[in-house]
Structures are given as structure tokens and as C-alpha cells.
Write a protein that binds this ligand. Structure first.
Ligand SMILES: NC(=O)C1=CN([C@@H]2O[C@H](COP(=O)(O)OP(=O)(O)OC[C@H]3O[C@@H](n4cnc5c(N)ncnc54)[C@H](OP(=O)(O)O)[C@@H]3O)[C@@H](O)[C@H]2O)[C@@H](O)CC1
Ligand SMILES: Nc1ncnc2c1ncn2[C@@H]1O[C@H](COP(=O)(O)OP(=O)(O)OP(=O)(O)O)[C@@H](O)[C@H]1O
Ligand SMILES: [Mg+2]
Length: 381
């Protein structure tokens, strides 16, 4: 990885990420600041079509695919298991077994070495039966299974089980198919606190967002947290944090302001374009995806973001000041990478399966989606 980036940097000393700054003027807070607003297309053609423009006044702008190429580690025979990513999904309960599976298997299909799921005892055999590739821990408990007087001891048992593994993970995905059982969510709050203490990045999705929206202190000020709200989850977040309604006209400004208000967490607002902000910069990924809105695509995204966030963190650590990317926030870079690969995979799956496209088809297209951008057999930059 380090070798790859050293070579890249010496080959491309002239590359820089141009700041296409725009002054945002809708509030006193914004008036004082200049922000980077960039629209990432999937290719030069797409950029031209969308008018976002890859080349500007002699400078080379990075688009989402350039970022994917920069942060994806080379496949190198000297590397050992775990170096390309060890991801854990905290989710899976009686109702939902598909969502944690989609997130965890997507992480593997993109290139992580290991993918774990921490779920309830009921969900575990089901998730295990979907795939032998996943490491499934039946550790979470829901209220119906726990007597009030046992709650304290069960909570410490759950935490002890998760803590045994925690330090080995490069990223946690918290929430796909978690459900909303209050006792289970209390345990997950503790898991988030422990992850934070250990500086382990978290991607919060689905019912994890239901939890953190009601307990913002869990993520406030944690710059290694990515929140990936869908339209409903975003609405709840905006109402809670900004005490206002969703503003679709100035969506980028609102996402930026929201991320800032939560202390610089990264928000990836999913939609026709994915809008990503850490409260400092705001970017959008508008690679053409799929017109099918089958359930589970957000779960793929959360697993993808977890992998790219881990890779971006490795990349930033290895390249330091020599990084060819002006953005140094791995949470933002990971969000861009995850969004780009997910949307491209959805587009590939849709071109094959049309109206019958389902989430599993998109997962099967993740490999091609990344391969088209960053072929496995060659150095990507
Ligand atoms: N194959 C699978 O296993 C998949 C499983 N999935 C999993 O499903 C979970 C929910 O995610 P989602 O995307 O359906 O939630 P979302 O769009 O915010 O809400 C839609 C509406 O439903 C309601 N509502 C939700 N949960 C509720 C609850 N526990 N109890 C009561 N109401 C509830 C909600 O109401 P409100 O939030 O407004 O109260 C809104 O009206 C999450 O864990 C996700 O990962 C998905 O990833 C898809 C594939
Ligand atoms: N209108 C759209 N056009 C293109 N892509 C979209 C559109 N809406 C969402 N997406 C993409 O689909 C993915 C999932 O977003 P979505 O809003 O469906 O999440 P979700 O509701 O959380 O999904 P899930 O069913 O997994 O919970 C994201 O990567 C997003 O970029
Ligand atoms: Mg979702």
C-alpha cells in the first residue's frame, strides 16, 4: 500500500484537488465561510454531460472514480489476511436478517478480508445459513428474552463479547436490521461508546440512526462517524437537530449545516444524488444508479462505505502530506468511494435485470463496479 502510493505520488507530482469554492450566503454562519461544493460524476463523459466539469482552468479535479483509484489498496502478495479490512456489522434481529447480511457480504465482495455480524440469538442461524463467508456472533438480546433483574448482567456480557473483538475491527456498521427494542438499543449505545473510546470508525444506518437521532451525544463531535440517512431518517435528523423541516431547494447547505451542528460527523444523505458533508466541505455523487428502489440498497451502501473508509484511513496514514487528495477526511473519502461503487453496481445490475433487479443482483455487480474503475491486475494510478 505504502509502496503503491509512493510510486503514485512521484509519478503525479502535479496533481492537486482544485477547490471550486462557492460562497454560501443564506445565513450569517454560511456567509462567513467558503465551502467546496463538488459534484462527482462517474466518468469524464458523465461530468461533461452533467456539466460538473472535470478539468477547470488548467487544474486537475478529482472525481469519485479518481478517489476510488487513489484509496483502493493494491493487491500485493506480501499482504496478510485482515490488512484489506476487517469489518463488523451490528444488526440483525427477529424481523430483519436480510439487512445485516447485505451490509456484511457487500464489504467482502468489495474486497475486505473479514466480515463479522453481531446479531440477536434468533437471527444468528438464519444469517449464518445465508453465507459461510460471514463470521456471525449471536450475542445481542431483546427485551422479551431478558428479565428486568438480569438486564445489567446481560448488558455486561454482551459488551464483554463485543470487546473481545473490538480492537481488531477497522470499522463498525451500526444499525442495518437492528430493530428498535429499547434494551437492545441500550446495549448498542454502550458498543458505540466503546468504539469511540478506541477510535474505531462507525457507519450508522437504519435503526442505528433511530438510536443516535434520539441520543445525539453518542456521535456528536466524533469525526470518524458517518451517518447514512435515507429520506425518512434524514427528516427525523433534521427535525431533531435543526428543529426545522427538510429543505430540498438548498439541500447541500442543509446537509453541511446539519453535519456542522453534530460536531463534524460526516453525513451521507441518500437520494437521487448522494450529498456528503463533514460540516466543512460538501460534495455530491451523482453517478447514474438504478431506477429500481428495491429495499436493501442502503445496506449495501453502508457496508461499502465501511470498507472505503478503512482504506481511506490507511491511505491517509501511509501518504501523509504526500497525499494527492486535498480532502484528508477518511470519512468523507470513504463515503464518496462507497457511494460511487454502490451506484455503479446498481446501474450494472439494472442494465442486466431491468425491472426484476433485486438487491442480490446489485451485490453480484459490486466486483465489476470496482473492477471497471480499478482493475485488480494492475496498479490503479
Ligand atoms: N431485507 C431486510 O431485512 C431489510 C431490512 N431493512 C431494515 O428495516 C429497518 C427499517 O428500515 P426502513 O428503511 O424500512 O426505515 P424507514 O424508511 O426509516 O421507515 C419506513 C417506515 O417504517 C417505520 N418503521 C421502521 N422501523 C420501524 C419499527 N421498528 N417500528 C415501527 N415503525 C418502524 C417508519 O416509521 P418512523 O421511523 O417514522 O417511526 C417509517 O414510517 C432497518 O433496520 C433497516 O436496516 C431495510 O434495510 C430494507 C431491507
Ligand atoms: N432516486 C435515486 N436515484 C438513484 N439512486 C438512488 C436514488 N435514491 C437512492 N439511491 C441510491 O440507493 C442507495 C440506497 O438509498 P435508499 O434511499 O434506498 O436507502 P435506504 O432506504 O436506507 O435503503 P434500505 O432499503 O437498504 O434501507 C444509495 O446509495 C442511493 O445513492
Ligand atoms: Mg436503510
Amino acid at each position: 500500500m505504502l509502496m503503491k502510493h509512493v510510486i503514485m505520488n512521484s509519478q503525479l507530482p502535479f496533481l492537486c484537488c482544485a477547490n471550486n469554492c462557492m460562497l454560501l450566503a443564506s445565513s450569517p454562519l454560511f456567509r462567513r465561510q467558503r465551502f467546496l461544493i463538488r459534484s462527482f460524476g462517474g466518468s469524464i463523459d458523465h461530468c461533461r454531460n452533467s456539466g460538473s466539469g472535470k478539468m477547470q482552468s488548467g487544474q486537475v479535479l478529482f472525481d469519485a472514480e479518481d478517489i476510488v483509484r487513489a484509496i483502493t489498496p493494491a493487491l500485493d502478495q506480501s499482504r496478510h489476511k485482515g490488512q484489506a479490512g476487517n469489518i463488523a456489522v451490528i444488526g440483525g434481529c427477529r424481523e430483519y436478517t436480510g439487512a445485516p447480511y447485505f451490509a456484511a457480504i457487500s464489504a467482502l465482495k468489495i474486497g475486505a478480508d473479514l466480515s463479522h455480524v453481531f446479531c440477536t440469538k434468533d437471527a444468528s442461524p438464519v444469517i449464518k445459513s445465508y453465507s459461510p463467508e460471514l463470521i456471525v456472533h449471536p450475542v445481542l438480546e431483546e427485551s422479551y428474552n431478558v428479565r428486568d433483574e438480569d438486564k445489567k448482567i446481560i448488558t455486561s456480557k454482551v459488551l464483554a463479547e463485543v470487546d473481545k473483538w473490538l480492537e481488531r475491527f477497522d470499522c463498525l456498521v451500526i444499525g442495518p436490521g437492528l430493530g428498535r427494542d429499547p434494551f437492545l438499543l441500550d446495549c448498542v449505545s454502550e458498543i458505540i461508546r466503546h468504539a469511540r473510546q478506541s477510535n474505531i470508525p462507525i457507519v450508522v444506518d437504519g435503526d442505528g440512526l433511530f438510536l443516535v437521532t434520539n441520543h445525539l451525544e453518542l456521535v456528536r463531535g466524533y469525526d470518524l462517524a458517518v451517518l447514512t440517512p435515507n429520506v425518512n431518517e434524514y427528516k427525523r435528523l433534521v427535525q431533531k437537530v435543526l428543529n426545522s423541516e427538510v429543505n430540498d431547494k438548498d439541500a447541500t447547505q442543509q446537509v453541511l449545516f446539519l453535519a456542522k451542528q453534530i460536531g463534524g460527523v460526516t453525513i451521507l444523505k441518500k437520494g437521487k444524488s448522494d450529498i456528503i458533508s463533514d460540516g466543512d466541505t460538501v460534495k455530491s455523487v451523482s453517478i447514474y444508479g438504478s431506477p429500481r428502489r428495491c429495499g436493501g440498497q442502503g445496506d449495501i451502501l453502508s457496508g461499502s462505505v465501511a470498507v472505503f473508509l478503512s482504506w481511506a484511513r490507511q491511505y491517509i496514514e501511509a501518504s501523509g502530506q504526500d497525499s494527492i487528495l486535498s480532502c484528508k477526511n477518511p470519512a468523507v473519502l470513504g463515503s464518496i468511494g462507497g457511494s460511487a461503487i454502490m451506484r455503479k453496481a446498481a446501474s450494472i445490475a439494472f442494465s442486466n435485470k431491468k425491472r426484476s433487479t433485486v438487491t442480490s443482483d446489485i451485490i453480484e455487480s459490486l466486483g465489476k463496479s470496482l473492477e471497471d474503475i480499478c482493475p485488480a491486475g494492475s496498479s490503479c494510478l
